[in-house]
Design a protein around this ligand. Structure first.
Ligand SMILES: [Zn+2]
Length: 296
């Protein structure tokens, strides 16, 4: 499943084409993805100008003039590509091969842009992605968004905020960090990476990072910084891919960039001075990679 940095890179790749463009036609090639399209979806989009392209957690938010917002989620295998320029452009460079099969092109936004006609094509072989429509003023209370915690991007995520969430919690750190009510959009890969950077065991209980008075311990301050930095680094890596490597083949998936601990079972730990080996445990049905020697 694409993680937040991938979705943010897709957003950054699509924004220059979509923002300010008018949707001449929204072509749906089937009645549903993971869920049915909302009633009159293509009619609601037709002729509307895209005001801005945003993101909340792993949802892309396409703001339209008139106050409607298209909510798009990539699911497991969804991708967007831009067609109609000299060559097809795919925002980002991803690890898993993505669908290029036209049979899986399920949605096409036909756009009028200052640079001419463009098509934004949504391809999704497994169809776990979905699109919905909401009013801008209703988004905060929308079931997708109302319980989400702070974003790991921007300045709102700080150690005091996490301390308030973790205080007294007997939950392993891995599960507490994956809980979207605490931090929105943080997934398995980047939780492993952040815990490794902060030298904290994924099995450590969340409440042990908070003082009796409810203040963040130094370890939690370092963890907060590691979370913000690991996400920022991944977005930066995606951004440089976007600049340097716009591809013509229309494939999207996970970033190619290498991880420090994720998927490195039995490899030497990369922490300077550590002689440990990366191990793997299963927590909540998902693999956790960590170094028992330097993560306490
Ligand atoms: Zn280590």
């Amino acid at each position: 499943m694409p993680e937040l940095p991938e979705v943010e890179t897709v957003r950054r790749g699509l924004a220059p084409v979509m923002e300010g463009a008018r949707i001449r036609r929204a072509e749906l090639r089937r009645p549903d993805l993971r869920f049915p399209f909302p009633p009159a979806f293509s009619e609601a989009l037709q002729g509307r100008r895209v005001v801005s392209l945003g993101r909340r957690a792993k949802y892309l938010l396409i703001d339209l003039e008139g106050g409607d917002v298209v909510i798009a989620h990539l699911g497991m295998s969804g991708s967007f590509r831009v067609e109609g320029a000299l060559e097809a452009e795919t925002p980002g460079d991803f690890h898993m091969p993505r669908g290029k099969d036209a049979r899986h092109d399920h949605v096409v936004f036909h756009l009028e842009t200052p640079d001419g006609e463009r098509r934004i094509v949504y391809n999704d072989p497994r169809r776990f992605g979905f699109m919905d429509l909401a009013r801008r003023e209703d988004l905060a209370a929308h079931p997708f968004f109302r319980d989400l915690g702070e974003e790991p991007t921007g300045n709102t995520l700080d150690a005091d905020y996490i301390a308030a969430k973790f205080r007294g919690r007997q939950t392993p750190l891995k599960a507490a960090l994956l809980d979207q009510k605490n931090i929105a959009g943080l997934g398995n890969i980047y939780v492993c990476e952040a815990l490794w950077r902060a030298h904290l065991s994924p099995e450590r209980l969340a409440g042990t990072l908070v003082t009796a008075a409810g203040k963040p311990k130094k370890e939690l301050v370092l963890l907060t910084e590691a979370i913000r930095q690991v996400i920022a680094d991944a977005i930066e890596a995606g951004g440089s891919t976007l600049r340097d490597h716009i591809r013509a083949d229309g494939s999207l998936g996970y970033f190619q960039h290498s991880f420090s601990v994720y998927d490195r079972e039995k490899e030497p730990c990369r922490t300077p001075g550590c002689t440990g080996t990366i191990g793997r445990i299963v927590q909540g049905g998902r693999s956790t990679f960590y170094c028992a020697a330097c993560q306490k």
